[in-house]
Design a binder for this molecule. Sequence first.
Ligand code: 3H9
Length: 682
Amino acid sequence: MPIVSADIRDDIAVITIDNPPVNALSLAVRSGLSRELALVNSDDRVEAIVIVCAGRTFCAGADISEFGKPPMDPSLPDLMTEMDAIEKPLVAAMHGTALGGGFEVALCCHYRVMDTGTKVGLPEVNLGLIPGAGGTQRLPRLIGVNAALDMITGGKPIDARKAVELGVADMLSADDLLEDAIMFARSLPPQDSVRRVSDLTVHADSEIFDIYKQKIAKRARGFLAPFTVIEAVKIATEMPFEEGIDFEREKFKELVASPQSKAQRHLFFAERAAAKIPGIDRSTPTRAINSVAVIGGGIMGCGIAINFLNVGVPVTLLEVSSEAADAAREKISKIYRSSVSKGRMTEEELLTNLANLSLSTEYEELSGADLIIEAVFEDMDVKKDVFAKLNAVAKPGAILATNTSFLDINDIASATSRPEDVIGLHFFSPAHIMPLLEVVRTGDTSDDVIASAFALAKNIRKTPVLSGVCYGFIANRMSSCYGREVGLLQLEGAGVEQIDQVMYDFGMPMGMFTMLDMAGIDIGVMARAKLSKDDYDERAFAVHGALVERGHKGQKSGSGFYIYDDDKTLNSEVETIAEEMAEKFGIERRTVSDQEIEERCVLALVNEGYKILEEGIALKESDIDVVFALGFGFPRYKGGPMHYARHLGLKNCLKNIEKYANTQGERWWTPSALLVKLAAEE
Ligand code: 3H9
């Protein structure tokens, strides 16, 4: 079957696109569509044309893998121009996810018939782009400026019901999509059968666009594409269609070549590549997970439980006492009630989800669970005790997971007689929201347990990344290095607000001190108390310890590095403590430049990232990028620390790491051997 084929059914031509897996508009699709459209357009038998896709979806967009390569004709915009010249009614028969260029093809049709499960959208901003095949000019003409701005700057698809409400869909099909679309085409009144969106006009006051820029200023901070979308939509209200298309085209080309789009496209493929693990594929069996138990009803345990309740998997949550169990249920109810009040879930969904939650204080009651996730206090003895008990009660074949953030899972698994069933499932806080799941395999974890962990991640809509065992795995091991540099920079003379501001401006969601205050400074202090001084730099965390001693534990105590009254202000004690600690450790204080702060924070991540890679803890560079982008909010438009290192140039990174090895000492700044090798090859 050719990728694009036409079939004449009496008076209707049906053009079918069949380009698995997602009918991306590759060169073969574009040229096939162009050819078949020209043929049926000149065929006298044909009164109307229906475009439909085979497989799981209408076109999901331009072929992203073609971006950055030399353009090949016909381009998608050229194809749209050809479509706009067609004199016969064009009907798109849509199902699945019609996204980006796919949705733009549909917008170039005169009518759209959608299967009830269809989703449509222009997600180009997620790739650092604006729609490049007329989307910024046609969509506002069809649905108005505000709705179009919401859809294009937000990048989130809408469902078929909303598409009807907005006037994007002309008919919904609950049955046979193609038959319904053909019937619809036949029913068109002759005088209104050709209805080009490009012939419509749209008006808006120019201040709407300034207001919209302010509206998205916070969520789109640092990104170029959403603001370019606003410019392009504004042009749609001011200029003839063709000039708007020229503007869109120019901006699209600029963005495709920009470092931002390259970084965001890198993450798109990196997130999908993370699920590809050598030796594990579709043929690897997975274990069914129809019931889950969570041990520990703290914030983490409750967040983990919510993930499963949300997808209809019953959860038993184990606590030490009935009071603690009641408190856990209350925490979960509170999170759900807040979702209901924000309109994110219905009262009915809340009740259904809570009905799937059981609380228990008896290990025996976990014996039926397919997956048991331990989320208790971060202490090896406590965790081993939990796993020994689980070993006694869990049914054969149950997956035994730990949510530890740092500890040696081989050691935890040694408390059981079935280490092959033990795995790390490291959630990020808040666990019901953060999209990353670090899946940690020990030396013994069996392949089917890893495959099951990846399958369950997909079920609860998380992106999984595989890590080996080391202190802190990929995420926290790297983050500790970033934290270390922040602490040392502070002793050397950089201010708390200065450091936070530099990294916020770099694109992080918040500075490290703000993050520590949010998480609780005491947590790190307690964790380091169990470590040998050889394992971390005690100078870097001395201020943290002193603050906790004085009761400044972060937001929960009303003060940490900052004071939390009505406003957030600097805690004046911090600077005094930093001076004392600098003196204690013989560190000379100086003015530290913003550039040095950014460089040391980022290069500490990069160097550790390459060490993690050379040790085989991470499988691929891009996995590390996914971890940092999804787990810590590393700016997506910089693509993650490893992609950013490539952008800076590995030779350049190495040179600066060596510079800091000279000024800061080799303990933390010895360059990774892999980085040295790759820099030489660059
Ligand atoms: C655009 O259209 C620009 C235009 O405005 C103008 C142009 C001039 N291209 O996600 P999945 C691959 S920009 C190439 O695992 P799901 C994907 O890599 C584009 N490949 O499945 C994966 O490959 P592999 C705007 C693509 O069911 C496989 O398909 N469109 C593309 O979870 C399966 O993908 C978008 O941004 C593509 N466009 O989700 C939509 N899309 O198996 C991007 C997918 O080798 N795509 N692949 O790893 C998506 O959001 C999801 O893939 C989709 C399916 C929701 C469609």
